[in-house]
Design a binder for this molecule. Sequence first.
Ligand code: SAM
Length: 280
Amino acid sequence: MSIISGALYVVATPIGNLGDMSQRAIEVLSGVALIAAEDTRHSGKLLQHFGIKTSTMALHDHNERAMSESIVMRLLGGEAVALVSDAGTPLISDPGYYLVAQVRAAGCRVVPVPGASALLAALSASGLPSDRFVFEGFLPAKTGARNARLEQLQEERRTLVFYEAPHRIVASIAAMAAVFGAERQAVIARELTKTFETIHGDTLAGLSAWLASDANQQRGEFVVMVGGAPLKDHGIDAEAERVLRLLLAEMSLKQAAALAAKITGVKKNLLYQFALDLSS
Ligand code: SAM
């Protein structure tokens, strides 16, 4: 394959299973002049495994600004550079945002080389609604800030996706149960693509009990997904809801509420509020 000169390639790497390394990722990493890696020793092992000899430089949260400048200079000089993180897709709870923004601002090309990401691997196997979702990354480490963030998400209707560390998984699930309610459905995806991969769904209370009953389930890497908040009870019967949903597919929210009110006899403002909640 030909490498585009002056381009930054954002290259996804496996999240635990080397079989998930793509052929294109290997070719790009072999063909660029330089690989910017979150941790050069960590990525060095991956590169060695695939026989990639390209030189590496460290790009992490603490030096990203300084390094971005020198990478932009190299790109403007016609070299191609790749960005990798320790695992998965760079920028997804990983460094690279500042670099990509600078490279684009300098008018250089940014080329994604897609592959593994714990976020999408977990969501795709969770059984929770995946048509709309919110990725929250890691919750704040401190209890007060974590609870405040969860409270902001209390009414969110879309599926919530979090990354979590092993030393916080028990406390986070307990906090979610306290804020979202013990009966809210959730799924824990642990050690994805690795030997002890476990994907377990239950209510938040059930997940707390499950974690407490087996210390092994508290080890490794986690994605936590929580079902969205249920619709408030508007006291609208199933037939009125059916009519409203049909009309919403054909016309504006206001028109649908007005017409549904005429058809069903249910108050227009009730249907309007319900339609608003349906579309939020
Ligand atoms: N950029 C990565 C990605 O695309 O998934 C994520 C990097 S973030 C620093 C690391 C977090 O991702 C872990 O703490 C965990 O929450 C999640 N994670 C990474 N690999 C995982 C795996 N194999 N199974 C479950 N979660 C994983």
